[in-house]
Design a protein around this ligand. Structure first.
Ligand code: SAM
Length: 425
């Protein structure tokens, strides 16, 4: 890698960290980068890693700094975090890592920080063992903000260390094969031809687990719509709802459309996909076009206000993939742990309750509603559904082997919650 090219990648990673600090989501910040292929993959590895370890890196570096950071030097702090992340996990020789990140002070026009970067990184290398040992001993919250660690520990006292470890690890790539276009065996062969091994799973014939990291657009048949990227846990929604041709199906919170597409691949042919965000709904349209899937009507609307979008004809099945805290997908969205606040939990619980109450009357008697979140907090999941069942005598929980709370990392999947409810007479 030439230095000009390397600097461009490093600068991109800095920009992503600054955008996230300013409130942008990591996905949106990554989407704005003008990088492709391997360069994008390196910038992504750096930015995701430094965000995943942001709290640890802060703890690790604070004894090496003489004063706290000034707000306007967030860019130097980003450089330091990225450098430390690369020193901790990268393959390049330490001297090259230190040199390159020190040189970046000139690229961001903060030449004064050259000495500081140099001193801190070299001291880290000299005292590495002691510093890392102290970090392991002191970090009781395992790289999570205190409030979130406390809630997760309270909800899962036994499983907390595994949850934290899963949140702190890189997520594998899950593929969903569009079996309308290609067989799984043929797709595995196409992957093998590129030296990629994908594992099948025992709960579904169309899901494959790929441990290598590959830019999605370089997956075989991506443009032809043979394959989608979707975590294994998210792929279970369509399996549980099991749509049939001719059924009227509502996907109430559809964007960006992973589950909408899966429902159509699985046999749905009469589907209304709603999302309150018109911008995000555009991504559903693009996905359906890429996969050449038909039978969905897309509408930007508040799903909790059916009088604005419902023609009064009850649905056979409803998927409510509710907005949530995303505490089950921290490993894929490391910015979540930095952005979430305790008040977000109450807000999510209230919005989920509002959606459940508003959508239940739209379901026909004998119909089914699948409630889903990518959260692991009981307030949004088991407690939310227990409250709903207590308020609605005509709602009954249906047992299904894939429903309940799944914790992050279990089966190499994201944390997810599913409850399948049936409407009784
Ligand atoms: C968890 S995401 C859905 C993911 C999607 N089902 C998929 O598989 O790709 C939640 C979505 O709900 C949307 N949303 C939030 N509140 C809503 C509401 N009141 N009505 C409709 N959509 C809403 C958000 O814009 C967001 O796109």
């Amino acid at each position: 890698m030439t230095n000009v090219k390397g600097d461009r990648i490093r600068l991109a990673a800095v920009q992503v960290l600054l955008a996230v600090a300013a409130g942008q989501t990591l996905d949106d910040a990554m989407a704005e980068l003008d990088l492709a292929g391997g360069d994008r993959a390196i910038a992504q590895w750096l930015a995701f890693g430094a965000l995943r370890e942001a709290l640890l890196l802060e703890r690790l570096s604070s004894p090496l700094l003489q004063k706290p950071w000034r707000r306007r030097d967030a860019d130097v702090q980003a450089l330091l975090h990225l450098a430390l992340f690369e020193l901790r996990h990268g393959q390049r020789p330490a001297f090259a890592v230190v040199n390159d990140w020190v040189e970046m002070t000139a690229v961001i026009h903060k030449a004064w920080a050259r000495g500081l970067m140099n001193a801190v990184l070299r001291r880290y290398l000299r005292e590495r063992e002691a510093l890392e040992g102290r970090l392991r001993a002191d970090d009781l919250d395992l790289g999570h903000p205190a409030w979130l660690a406390e809630r997760l520990r309270a909800a899962y006292p036994r499983q907390w260390p595994e949850i934290a470890a899963a949140n702190n690890a890189e997520a594998p790539l899950w593929l969903r094969i569009n079996r309308r276009r290609v067989t799984v065996a043929a797709y595995q062969e196409a992957l093998a031809a590129r030296g990629l091994q994908a594992e099948a799973v025992d709960w579904d014939a169309g899901a494959l687990l790929l441990r290598a990291s590959v830019p999605v657009t370089e997956l075989p048949g991506w443009r032809e719509g043979w394959v989608s990227v979707q975590d294994g846990a998210a792929q279970q929604a369509a399996l549980i709802l099991a749509p049939r041709a001719g059924e009227r199906i509502l996907d109430a919170c559809a964007a960006p459309g992973g589950k909408t597409a899966h429902l159509l691949e699985a046999g749905a042919d009469h589907l209304l996909a709603l999302d309150r965000s018109a911008v995000r709904l555009q991504r559903v349209a693009e996905t359906l076009q890429r996969l050449d899937l038909h039978g969905a009507d897309l509408r930007a609307a508040d799903a909790a206000e059916p009088r604005r979008w419902w023609d009064g004809q009850p649905f056979d099945a409803i998927l409510l993939d509710a907005p949530c805290t995303g505490t089950g997908v921290i490993r894929r969205h490391p910015d979540i742990r930095l952005r979430r606040q305790p008040t977000d939990v109450e807000q999510a619980v209230e919005e989920q309750r509002r959606l459940l109450e508003a959508l239940w009357p739209c379901l026909k008697v004998g119909g089914r509603l699948l409630y889903a979140t990518c959260s692991v907090l009981p307030e949004e999941n088991a407690q939310q559904i227990a409250g709903f069942l207590g308020r609605h005598e005509d709602a009954q929980r249906q047992e299904h082997p894939l429903t309940g709370q799944r914790l992050p990392g279990a089966g190499d999947m994201d944390g997810f919650y599913y409850a399948l409810l049936e409407k009784r007479p």
